[in-house]
Ligand binder design. Structure first.
Ligand SMILES: NC(=O)c1ccc[n+]([C@@H]2O[C@H](COP(=O)([O-])OP(=O)(O)OC[C@H]3O[C@@H](n4cnc5c(N)ncnc54)[C@H](O)[C@@H]3O)[C@@H](O)[C@H]2O)c1
Length: 386
């Protein structure tokens, strides 16, 4: 990631506008920092809060020009579209129920879009938004940021290169403890099915786990048999989902996500087994990828270490042995999207290796999965096609 392809293609940085991610938001700062890491974007405009006055004050606090600290997302999109020096890209990091509306408005106004997950709250919205992206030809990046880790990309590249043989089994789990105690969480909107979506745990972290499985294996979930509910007494929103999966090539899978495992922090983990060997990666130790080949000693891959494949090599900014983490992985999505956006704007082809960032098709698959898992659970765990 040393070469700034945006400068090479456009002769300037991309102008970025953000909607959401104001004071109190964890992910807003991550987006803004990710955008800056490789110097591909400059932040020019923001609507940081749903409250007009707080939005303006927060924008000033980031050093933005007064006339580009907008009271809301719609005003930002309308005004930036009219400016000669207006934003090129709109990034959306608001509560889930507003992703669809802001993304549709931004695409209609000609902006490339970076949007946080889940892409939408309903399958109908996901279908419409996916179609809009195809019709406009604009870039749409969905920030399933865990796909940006160098060793997740190494895992994908090893599967693609056939090093695991035929994939037969996948286990993915995302275990957190933030909702282990009864009572409402810090963010009330997440508990509201209209704002947070039909399943809190599936929208919040289930879509990440599902996307990671698809990213690494290149397979789709064809059918799901799920049990979705709450493991903490008194809670009514989903804090747990367990499921068996049948994958598109006939492989079997298991999926286990919860936000109510007391004491656990951010345990996203994937294991993939093929006819020639098995891989294992865990987010809390992202610098190691275990590979256990059939009939040969176990191996450990490290970022930029021996055996690093090109898709993974470009995801590291530093020589082997120097830790990189969440910020850098998040930035890899921003930088890859920047190359696609800059290439589109000047009528060039993007670097094929930059095109692995999650997009609207991935977002649609994620919402299909949530919808099918909830339906399966409501039907006593019956096998349900996606
Ligand atoms: N990719 C990830 O790993 C990750 C992690 C956390 C959250 N998220 C996603 O990011 C989104 C926000 O989550 P969060 O945890 O930061 O929520 P949050 O409630 O902490 O923050 C939301 C922010 O958006 C602002 N906001 C609300 N409505 C708005 C509107 N209409 N216009 C402009 N700003 C508005 C709020 O003022 C707040 O600053 C969610 O979709 C969530 O799923 C993704």
């Amino acid at each position: 990631m040393s070469d700034n392809t945006v400068y090479r293609r456009l002769g300037r940085r991309l102008r970025l506008a953000v909607i959401g991610g104001g004071p109190g938001s964890f992910i807003g700062a991550m987006h803004r920092q990710a955008a800056r890491l490789d110097d591909c974007y400059e932040l020019v405009a923001a609507a940081l809060s749903g409250d007009p006055e707080r939005s303006r004050v927060a924008g000033s606090g980031l050093g933005l020009a007064q006339d580009r600290c907008y009271p809301g997302g719609q005003a930002l999109i309308q005004s930036e579209a009219l400016r000669a020096d207006g934003a090129d890209v709109v990034a959306i990091m608001t509560p889930n129920d507003s992703h669809f509306g802001f993304a549709m408005q931004a695409l209609d106004a000609g902006f490339d879009v970076i949007c946080d997950k889940p892409m939408t709250n309903t399958l109908q919205e996901a279908l419409i938004l996916h179609q809009k992206v195809q019709d406009t030809g604009l870039v749409f990046c969905l920030t399933h940021n865990y796909t940006g880790y160098p060793l997740v990309r190494q895992a994908k590249a090893m599967v693609l290169a056939g090093q695991l043989g035929e994939i037969r089994l996948v286990q993915v789990e995302y275990v957190q403890g933030g909702r282990a105690k009864a009572g409402p969480g810090r963010k009330a909107w997440k508990e509201d099915p209209v704002r947070g979506g039909p399943s809190l745990v599936l929208g919040d972290i289930g879509t990440h786990a599902h996307n990671l499985l698809r990213f690494v294996t290149g397979l789709e979930v064809a059918q799901v048999a799920a049990d979705v509910g709450c493991i903490v007494p008194e809670r009514t929103t989903h804090d747990y989902a367990g499921a068996l999966l049948r994958l598109s090539n006939g492989a079997r899978g298991s999926f286990w996500v919860t936000q109510a495992a007391a004491g656990v922090e951010n345990g996203l983990r994937i294991r993939v087994s093929g006819s020639l060997g098995s891989l294992e990666w865990a987010q809390e130790h992202p610098q190691v990828l275990h590979f256990k080949p059939l009939d040969a000693p176990a191996q450990v891959y490290t970022p930029n270490g021996p055996g690093t494949l090109p898709l993974a090599a470009r995801a590291s900014r530093i020589v082997a042995g120097h830790p990189e983490g969440f910020h850098e992985a998040f930035a890899n999505l921003y930088t890859d999207a920047a190359d696609a956006i800059a290439a589109r704007r000047v009528g060039q082809l993007a670097d094929p290796l930059s095109l692995h960032f999650p997009n609207a098709t991935d977002g649609l698959h994620g919402i299909r999965f949530v919808t099918a898992a909830v339906a399966s659970s409501q039907n006593q765990g019956a096998w349900t096609p996606l």
